[in-house]
Design a protein around this ligand. Structure first.
Ligand SMILES: Nc1ncnc2c1ncn2[C@@H]1O[C@H](COP(=O)(O)OP(=O)(O)OP(=O)(O)O)[C@@H](O)[C@H]1O
Length: 494
């Protein structure tokens, strides 16, 4: 009606920007550099709020970036996006005041009540609403950069909202946009897309889609893939370099069969190694998996009913953590391992999604597996090339058969070339990692002046590792060079 159209839009309530207007009630969560509290806002009729208090010394944000981001955020509005009421600094902490989502995050729900994951119809509701939020964000030209169950919040009425947008983007990212810096502050890179780990090109919309796929696995299995690996400063190396077989067994749940083909297909499309092949959020929303998706009341009946409050769950999780002896040891590094265990480790060059098992499979450099990615290690590449050259020489004058052989060689050499290029990228990535760690250690040694023996030992070990990687790099460049010569000579003779 005309009268309705003339009505002023409801004014947004301005939450006070001073800490004395708020009363902190309980701690309800904690991340690497932030603590989340349930609180009340006294001048707002004691309305319940959640306050994320971020340690600015640990997260080193550019406050101008935070302000700019907050301003952009205030212009966004979507039912599935949690918008902060306001933010302000309190000493060396940034307080982000948000609506209180009484059921907490999906991560806290599954870790408390569904350790083996949610059922598919519940997953569908959560993922559909998350995709609605993502589709809106991407449509407005924004990335989320931190999609995970810990950032999907639920209210008691089953409403699902994506949180931490903007805050994570500007606070947790260094201005140089180096994805490796992520390990300093944000903890675990389990949700990171391969292109974000392996290159310095940074984030794209499709990296959000990869994280969305990992979140689907997290909701289905109760935790993200590889999360049993202890968090430590070498986390990135652990993910990209070595893999313990005992961990592989622990990780395998063997429950891939309980999931529908539609779900597996939807996750597989998000976890394509090639970002350009991953669907957009809009396209995903049309996937058959979301057909006949239930409403939010379904979540209330099947997940929220009987669930203890978020504060109670957090308290219990703290008690359990203490009983377990504090969980993972941060300094846990496989280098101290029993030598027998080390033998069981192999370098890995990446991860492939295993659609049937609904899990990630490690890719080992020496696996032949169709030689479609970087599975070929340096030595076997050389052997393969020698074989090819020998075959090529003896077949050269054999008319039609020779041409066919040559085409086959050409195709194989192209695969080898691709494989070497990828291997080279990975070695470069490792070199950067090692250089970064070496620099950090060097700073610490200078600061510690008296320098204890262990650190020096560690540095020399890192130097040796760096030297090894350098040699390997050289060798790979050489092999690549030979491969290119081989290819161009074949192209010319064809
Ligand atoms: N607005 C909110 N309402 C209710 N609970 C919340 C709210 N924000 C966060 N929480 C709870 O606090 C927990 C920790 O939040 P935080 O944002 O620190 O989580 P995280 O994303 O897992 O950590 P990090 O972002 O540091 O990796 C969440 O898992 C959730 O249960």
């Amino acid at each position: 009606m005309a009268t309705n159209q003339l009505k002023e839009p409801p004014k947004r309530l301005q939450y006070p920007l001073d800490s004395s207007s708020y009363k902190l009630l309980n701690e309800i969560g904690a991340g690497v550099s932030a603590v989340v509290y349930k609180a009340i806002c006294i001048p707002m009729n004691s309305a319940a709020v959640a306050i994320k208090s971020i340690d600015l010394d640990r997260s080193r944000p550019d406050l101008d970036d935070v302000r700019r981001e907050a301003k952009t955020l205030s212009l966004l509005s979507h039912p599935n996006i949690l918008k902060a009421h306001c933010s302000f600094t309190v000493d060396r902490r940034l307080w982000v005041v948000m609506p209180f989502m009484a059921a907490g995050s999906l991560q806290s729900i599954i870790s408390h009540s569904h350790p083996n994951g949610l059922t598919e119809p519940c997953i569908a509701v959560v993922l559909r609403d998350t995709l609605n939020a993502l589709s809106y964000l991407h449509g407005q030209g924004h990335l989320h950069r931190d999609i995970k169950a810990g950032n999907i919040l639920v209210d008691t009425n089953g409403q699902v909202k994506l949180a931490d947008f903007g805050v994570s983007a500007s606070i947790y990212e260094s201005s140089t946009c180096s994805s490796l810096k992520f390990t300093d502050v944000a903890g675990t890179p389990y949700w990171m897309a391969p292109e974000v780990i392996h290159s310095h090109t940074g984030y794209s919309f499709k990296a959000d889609i990869w994280s969305f796929g990992i979140t689907a696995l997290e909701l289905a299995h109760g935790r993200p893939p590889l999360s049993h690996l202890p968090p430590s400063k070498s986390m990135m190396l652990k993910i990209t370099k070595r893999f313990r077989f005992s961990d592989l067994d622990k990780y395998r749940k063997g429950n891939g069969n309980k999931f529908s083909k539609a779900f597996k297909d939807m996750v597989a499309s998000c976890l394509d190694q090639d970002p350009s092949k991953r669907p957009t959020a809009d396209k995903l929303l049309k996937h058959p998996f979301f057909k006949n998706c239930k409403g939010t009341d379904f979540l209330v009946k099947n997940v929220l009913l009987g669930l203890p409050s978020v504060e109670k769950r957090y308290k219990e999780s703290k008690v359990n953590e203490h009983a377990d002896g504090g969980g993972h040891n941060d300094d846990d590094d496989d280098d101290d391992e029993d030598p027998a265990m080390q033998v069981k480790e192999r370098r890995i060059s990446g991860w492939n999604f295993n659609q049937d098992g609904l899990e990630l499979d490690p890719v080992f450099p020496n696996d032949d597996a169709g030689a479609k990615k970087s599975e070929l290690g340096g030595e076997s590449v050389m052997r393969k090339m020698e074989e090819l050259v020998n075959v090529g020489g003896s077949e050269a004058g054999n008319g039609g058969g020779g041409v066919k052989k040559r085409e086959k060689m050409l195709a194989t050499l192209n695969v080898l070339k691709g494989s070497l290029e990828q291997e080279l990228l990975e070695v470069k990535f490792l070199l950067n990692m090692i250089r970064g760690e070496e620099e950090n250690d060097r700073d610490q040694v200078v600061a510690a002046a008296s320098a204890d023996h262990n650190e020096e030992k560690e540095i020399s070990m890192l130097r040796a590792a760096l030297e090894n990687e350098r040699k390997k790099n050289l060798q790979l460049e050489l092999q690549l060079h030979n491969c290119k010569i081989q290819l161009s000579s074949l192209n010319i003779s064809n």
